[in-house]
Design a protein around this ligand. Sequence first.
Ligand code: KG4
Ligand code: ZN
Length: 338
Amino acid sequence: MGDGAGANGTMILGIETSCDETAAAVVTADGQVLSSIVASQAEIHARYGGVVPEVASRRHLELIGPVIREALAGAGSGSGPGRVTLGDITRVGVTCGPGLIGALLVGLSAAKAIAWSRSIPLVPVDHLQGHVASLYLGPTPVEPPFVCLLASGGHTQLLAVRRHGSFERLGTTLDDAAGEAFDKGARLLGLPYPGGAEIDALARQGNSEAFRFPVARVPGLDFSFSGVKTSLLYAVRDLGDAGLAERRADLAASYQRAIVRALTQRLRQAAETAGIERLAVVGGVAANTELRAALPDAALAPLSLCTDNAAMIASAARFTDPLPPAEALVLDAYASAA
Ligand code: KG4
Ligand code: ZN
């Protein structure tokens, strides 16, 4: 092993297969990303308009070996250490949930096999803790305390993060997640899956004041995106095919504006409630251009670490205790958040 590993020679292999990205990464103890490989299945699922769980599991099975090999090979190139092999890995972190059970089990089985065969510790990682831990990676890690908006395809939560490895949930969505609202909105606009990035791109050519879509008034620090989605549905219906073709960019811009407004308002309110000044945003929706621009004072995960990846999982594994060997092989996956 070369000398580019972490302070105490730790090299963590992260594995992530909770949805439709097969990902592996090598991260050092001090949070330096030596490699991060993400094989997206988005194209395969696009023809169905969303992720098909059984198709995702099969594709994970095909990809997991090559993706891990590529992560190891990548960790040993560039400015990192010399050749890296499984023998250099000192800890394996793997996503156990929440996510699609069949998909999670593929990553979990691979992680168990590596940990068992090399006699190295296995660390179970919660996907949401993983997204938060994307902020702890180099070159400019963010340190707690901060209030974090976690906005992805499956979750929209406000978290008070006071120390590494834990958080207090302040609010959540009562219906759709923000990413889901983007994806469903894109579908109504006739844009391909996954729709967040498509709406983001189209919105740049549109007028965000053209349509008035509502920001739901929900008590406390929770969110609701079903109303804005229904408003878009009615607007699309009223316009008809020709009108939709003409106004698509305006609709995208106005719809995006309503979602971003809901997210930013609630994030600032959460910071006030928690008495924490620093703001942060993680998850796939954190890649959104308008959201990033609306929060110039917030810590934002780098674009490559917003959507699902394994570097964030390896990062979280730095702050979670490994399982005793007897418990590692019986570790199970879970579908929804505890
Ligand atoms: O974190 P992520 O990769 O997976 C989950 O854990 O769900 O988030 C994926 C979500 C999708 O709903 C996708 O449409 C959304 O993030 N997304 C975006 C953008 N890029 C990805 N939403 C808005 N603007 C974007 N640029
Ligand atoms: Zn995610």
